[in-house]
Design a protein around this ligand. Structure first.
Ligand code: HEC
Ligand code: HEC
Length: 466
């Protein structure tokens, strides 16, 4: 009953728009434009909210509507700053081609023909899409809805095969990526002029200049994309559980191994960085990797943790979860379960004296000669130290050797100023000696067929060997 009433009121207020009216992208929240590039190994997802547009449509007969809609490409974010910069400069060339522009020339097959508040209507939108200086015909299913605040919300999706838009992909860093971006959008529009006698909540949007397509020639639509080859199976880390059942230590051990212990989108587990076995007999674990951080074996009885930041191992785990696992902090019950697990693998009553605190603030300075090592040795060492995370399908990106600037890699591994790490942990010289790092960096930078694209600042010095 109440619902019906709302619908009727909604329709009454729509009477204002019996004529085609110009709608413009709402102030906030305005919606989003997202893209996904599916690759053989991993997906890259990006998003922006910097968009503008006008949509001329009669909500009582919305078929035949028209619109232009633009996205400021310099604002695309994919979650890795370095990659964003690369995408802008090398890939989309946003200085030359700052906008992606979708022009909708006609809307056909609108059903239902009149928009009603709360109900979704479908149609086919036809027009053109311009990006990177190429404009092609596009056609896509379009959904439109009038929401309860009398905003018109349009959503749809279409594919952008890079080659068809002259975007030269692979060879360099996009080697690892798929060849097509799936673009999806959901954008809210409000009337350009505030409707008379309408809800005072519905403010008119400020005047924004919407970029028009710049390329006169509209090329035919891009052909349909080929189906994607199946993904490689994920190369997960192998382990066995020490504890079973529902005791706190067993729950804590499960948290130790679960990516869900982190926040949304996290793939990293505690076990990617910490062993749970005794390292006094050697740092190399059964899986042939050396962890970046100290083992949690025998860690339970230390007087303080994380270089003195906290006095409990559970609270230390929260620091890690926030810092490296996209988390917002462990819940109190999780902290105590993790602590119970760490206590259960800490048999020595007195903390062992051979433990060296891994406080990364006390690390060695930059390597002086980062490329003077042995690349073959470096590759083998990288298997040990780095492939815990960087192997295909694990948590870190698959490397593109030859594309990195030496100094930048050193800063990243030692987490020194100028690094871009988010989830990658620091390596101290006690666990990764400079000589081994030199070999790894030599391997990572030893294929300089093309200039490095990963560096600290474009054009910045390498700061390494004289
Ligand atoms: C990306 C790597 C990484 C991940 C993931 C990670 N940690 Fe850590 N952790 C570190 C580093 C680095 C330190 C600080 C230096 C050290 O002790 O090696 C640390 C410190 C700790 C400490 C304190 C050790 C001490 O004696 O100071 C505990 C306890 C701990 N982590 C538990 C956990 C738990 C539990 C998880 C999972 C919820 C976790 N960590 C996830 C890297 C990580
Ligand atoms: C615990 C997991 C982990 C370990 C171990 C690890 N990395 Fe990483 N690495 C990551 C993650 C996650 C990223 C991407 C996100 C970020 O910047 O933190 C990354 C990014 C990188 C990148 C940039 C790659 C690109 O193409 O974007 C390089 C280079 C790199 N790591 C080098 C190393 C080296 C060298 C080692 C070994 C000494 C190493 N990593 C060990 C997790 C790890």
């Amino acid at each position: 009953m109440t619902r019906l009433l709302v619908a009727v009121v909604g329709l009454a207020s729509l009477a204002t728009f019996a004529q085609p009216a110009v709608w413009t992208v709402a102030p906030k929240p305005r919606g989003f434009v997202r893209f996904t590039i599916e690759g053989p190994l991993d997906d890259v997802n990006g998003e922006t909210r910097a968009m503008s547009g006008n949509f001329t449509v009669d909500s009582k007969a919305w078929g035949g509507g028209k619109g232009v809609f633009a996205v400021d490409l310099s604002t695309l974010k994919t979650g890795i700053d370095q990659r964003d910069e690369d995408m802008r400069e090398e890939f989309l060339e946003t200085k030359r081609f700052p906008y992606a522009i979708l022009a909708i020339d006609s809307i056909t097959q609108a059903a239902p023909a009149a928009l009603a508040v709360g109900a979704t209507a479908n149609a086919v939108a036809t027009g053109s899409f311009e990006v990177h200086g190429v404009r092609r015909a596009v056609s896509m299913p379009l959904k439109v809805k009038l929401d309860s605040e009398a905003r018109l919300v349009a959503s749809g999706s279409f594919s952008v095969p890079f080659a068809d838009y002259n975007i030269s992909r692979p060879k360099r860093l996009f080697l690892k990526l798929g060849d097509t971006a799936e673009v999806s959008f959901e954008v809210a529009f409000v009337p350009k002029q505030a409707p008379k006698a309408a809800d005072p909540k519905v403010a008119a949007a400020p005047e924004v200049k919407v970029p028009e397509p710049t390329v006169a020639q509209v090329l035919p639509p891009a052909p349909k994309a080929k189906p994607k080859p199946p993904r490689k199976p994920k190369a997960t880390l192998v382990y066995t559980f020490l504890f079973k059942g529902d005791e706190p230590k067993a729950r804590g051990e499960r948290l130790f191994h679960a990516p869900e212990t982190g926040g949304p989108g996290n793939k990293m587990t505690c076990f990617h960085c910490h062993a749970k076995s005794d390292e006094r007999t050697g740092l190399l674990l059964k899986d042939n990797h050396i962890r970046a951080a100290n083992t949690l074996y025998n860690a339970g009885q230390r007087p303080q943790f994380w270089g003195g930041f906290t006095k409990s191992s559970g609270a230390a785990a929260t620091i890690c979860q926030k810092q490296f696992m996209k988390g917002a902090g462990l819940e109190a019950s999780q902290e105590s379960d993790v602590q119970a697990f760490i206590d259960a693998i800490s048999p020595d009553s007195a903390p062992p004296l051979d433990y060296v605190a891994n406080n990364y603030r006390s690390m060695e300075t930059l390597l002086r000669d980062p490329t003077a090592g042995d690349p073959a040795k470096g590759k083998a060492l990288a298997d040990k130290y780095c492939m815990t995370c960087h192997l295909d399908g694990r948590v870190g990106p698959v490397w593109a050797p030859g594309l990195y600037e030496p100094d930048w890699v050193v800063r990243r591994v030692r987490r020194l100023e100028g690094h871009h790490n988010k989830q990658m942990p620091p390596w101290t010289i006690t666990r990764l000696p400079d000589s081994d790092l030199r070999d790894i960096v030599t391997y990572l930078t030893s294929n300089p067929k093309e200039p490095a694209v990963f560096n600290r600042k474009k054009g910045g010095g390498t700061g390494g060997a004289p």
